[in-house]
Ligand binder design. Structure first.
Ligand code: SF4
Length: 716
């Protein structure tokens, strides 16, 4: 099915960027003139990225023709030539080296339907285990910590609107004032009540709004969480009844935390003991309190344990699983939540099932019409996959959908070398990203406003993002690309539908009975405006076939549907015993601490105007004009000691590379820290210095801290 040519008219839809998925109305008057309005100004409206999101639809940077590498350069080609070449090379490489020689790399911005079909394409059409996605770099650590603590991961296990009643909120490693500004409207009460606590080594725009800003040395926030837990317990603030009735493992956790009294933590983190005690008091004395974490907590080689330490604090105060309080994780990418549920992850199958679970394999294989034995097992995690490319034992072909790993992966010079060593690199994208520039074949695809699809936002709510205008001639949807390629690889056409609603219907069946059960969600319900947070099992009985119940012959949308699950864990947590688990985690510190040669911590993060690798936002004139290039934020004394002043060209030199950027002197910076935004390519790539040390559980790289020195750009 190809998309029709006509524009649809004014359409209520959602922003193409972050996981807040703000509602917007698009009114197209031709491709170059699409009016954007917020649908719910009372929920914070839109940020600058959202307001300008339509600019890319008519951008001259847009790809509209497939490109094929020929004699070292990319030249236009027909779809038949491009896809024929891809299919032929995949068959050759797979025949020569086996199916795992072909790998797939997906993205947390892909719709649920794309994420689902991509995982199925990898495992069924390619027969490869080598599939993972950039969400591994995003919130895999919090997901693993939540699974360990609660038996289930859903970013916010409560509706966003619940935060509006909070008197105290601790935000650890989150900077929503820049990453998702409308989110702050939900914290208005906490901010007005002087109840906002921000944990961040930088004085970010979010920290500016806090009543209490705790600025630990990078890589020490696990110790800080232990210190606040210690302060809470020593101050008589432990919720004994909750801990006894709803949790296990407190004693082991306390045995570790008992050794982290606030004065000791102050020596490690630099955060005053009195401030740790104040944070414990603010959270425990509030009638409604939340602990929220994000990438600053997760992107460490100890990311799972660090997220776990903040969960421990929330459990000790009796917050999770109670109405009006809790722990949650702020998901980053647009479909960061749905992207990790539907099977594009190396260790997962749809429905948020584990790929090594025999029952899960049998269920998904049945839906896919294959034998369970034909399903590949777990593959390499994102960085390990990228790092193996083009090596003797690793894949020699890679298909990339919705990602730009040449900029966004850690140790990016090494990753670029690996990409260059491939026999076949195929990139499906809307613009010629840095990764696409390296490709053998580039496939031009539709943008968000030109196609229908669902996403799952940071509160686990399934949203329909709707088509508002016709795509330019020459582009196809990712689903069409997967369909066409699967057919060329010998698959029956009906096994890989290109229609998103048909894919979603299959996704529902594949997810049924799994932790993230979408079986009761239909597009009709979403079109009708229902707010459905998963799990949404099929009525009448979870796991019971519809045909066995009265009224099964009625169309589904005529029957009352399961209302969804806005609040998880109110009665019990998802572990078999219904209890949450403390984790006895201890402080280790960063994998690469500063030393004589590299005496500063480098930390990375986002700016308001740009998103992820910047492939989209750097091509929006208003955003580029506001922040045209990267920079390094440093304390003025640190700059002076390095022989630098504001605006001077500096080299941030680490063990893996050097980033050349202008200096921005910021008096509020810790003198031992420099900050690099990560949205920029070439010599300004922050990931030239970042450390690919991986968390042993989540396989998350340590993006957030590495050791560097600062010099004038001309010096080595
Ligand atoms: Fe879009 Fe996120 Fe900005 Fe909302 S906060 S407008 S979803 S980028």
């Amino acid at each position: 099915t190809r998309l029709a040519d006509a524009d649809v008219g004014a359409v209520d839809t959602h922003c193409p960027y972050c996981a807040l998925q703000c509602g917007m109305t698009l009114s197209p008057a031709g491709r170059a003139s699409v009016r954007v309005r917020p649908r719910d100004p009372s929920a914070g409206g839109l940020c600058q990225k959202g307001w300008t999101s339509a600019a890319l639809l008519g951008s001259p940077a847009r790809l509209t023709t497939p490109l094929v590498r020929d004699g070292g350069t990319l030249r236009p080609a027909s779809w038949d030539e491009a896809l024929g070449l891809v299919a032929r090379r995949i068959k050759e490489i797979s025949a020569e080296r086996g199916p795992d020689a072909v790998a797939v790399f997906g993205g947390g911005g892909l719709t649920n339907e794309k994420a689902y079909l991509l995982g199925k394409f990898a495992r069924v059409a390619l027969g490869t285990s080598q599939v993972d996605y950039n969400g591994r770099f995003c919130m895999s650590s919090a997901a693993a910590a939540a699974h360990r603590a609660f038996g289930l991961d859903r970013g916010l296990p409560f509706p966003l609107a619940d935060l509006e009643g909070a008197d105290a909120v601790l935000l650890a490693g989150a900077n929503p004032a820049e990453t998702m500004p409308p989110f702050l409207s939900h914290l208005r009460r906490a901010m007005d009540a002087g109840g906002l606590i921000v944990v961040d080594p930088r004085r970010t725009p979010t920290a500016e709004r806090a009543a209490l800003h705790l600025a630990p040395a990078p890589g020490t926030d696990l110790a800080l969480a232990l210190g606040i837990l210690h302060a809470a317990v020593a101050g008589g603030r432990l919720d004994h009844a909750y801990v006894a009735e709803r949790t296990t493992g407190f004693e082991e956790t306390w045995r570790v935390a008992a050794a982290w009294w606030p004065e000791r933590v102050e020596r490690v983190t630099g955060v005053a003991a009195a401030d740790q005690r104040r944070a414990a008091a603010m959270l425990s004395e509030a009638a409604s309190a939340y602990v929220l974490t994000a990438r600053g907590v997760e992107q460490h080689a100890t990311g799972v344990d660090t997220a776990g330490a903040w969960i421990n604090l929330a459990l000790a105060l009796g917050l999770p699983g109670r109405r009006g309080s809790g722990w949650g994780c702020l998901t980053g990418q647009g479909n960061g939540q749905g992207g990790r549920e539907h099977g594009q992850k190396a260790d997962q199958l749809p429905g948020y099932r584990k790929i090594d679970d025999p029952a899960a394999r049998a269920h998904v294989a049945r839906v896919w019409g294959i034998e369970p034995s034909a399903l590949p097992g777990p593959g390499r995690s994102a960085f390990e996959l990228l790092d193996a490319l083009g090596t003797g034992g690793g894949p020699s072909a890679l298909l990339v959908f919705g990602s730009n790993p040449a900029v966004s992966a850690p140790h990016s010079a090494r990753v670029a070398d690996r990409l260059a060593a491939l026999d076949l690199l195929v990139v499906s994208d809307i613009v010629l990203s840095e990764t696409a520039r390296m490709a053998d074949v580039v496939l031009p695809i539709t943008q968000w406003a030109e196609e229908d699809g669902t996403l799952t936002n940071l509160e686990g709510r399934v949203l329909l993002r709707r088509r508002a205008l016709a795509p330019p001639p020459g582009v196809r949807t990712d689903l069409e690309v997967l369909h066409d390629l699967a057919v060329l690889l010998g698959q029956p056409p009906e096994r890989f539908p290109a229609d998103p609603e048909t894919v979603f219907t299959e996704l529902r069946a594949a997810s049924e009975g799994g932790p993230a059960d979408y079986s009761g969600v239909t597009w009709d319900r979403l079109r009708a405006g229902e707010r459905l947070h998963w799990p949404v099992p099929r009525r009448p009985e979870h796991g019971q076939p519809e045909r066995d119940k009265p009224g099964h012959d009625k169309p589904e949308h005529d029957k009352p549907g399961h209302p969804g699950t806005p609040r998880l864990f109110l009665d019990r947590f998802a572990h078999p015993d219904g209890r949450a688990r403390f984790a006895a985690v201890d402080h280790k510190g960063p994998a690469e601490p500063p030393d004589e040669e590299f005496p500063l911590y480098a930390i990375t993060g986002r700016v308001l105007q740009h998103y992820q690798s910047g492939a989209q936002t750097r091509r929006v004139e208003e955003l580029r004009a506001a922040v045209p290039e990267a920079y390094v934020e440093v304390h003025p004394d640190t700059a002076r000691r390095a022989g630098l002043s504001d605006g001077a060209a500096a080299a941030v030199v680490g063990r893996r590379g050097r980033v050349v950027v202008p200096v921005r002197c910021v008096p509020s910076m810790r003198p031992d820290v420099v900050f690099l935004p990560f949205h920029f390519p070439g010599a300004q790539r922050a990931n030239l210095v970042t450390n690919p040390a991986l968390d042993p559980v989540s396989r998350m790289p340590e993006f957030k801290v590495c050791a560097v020195r600062l010099t004038p750009a001309g010096e080595r």
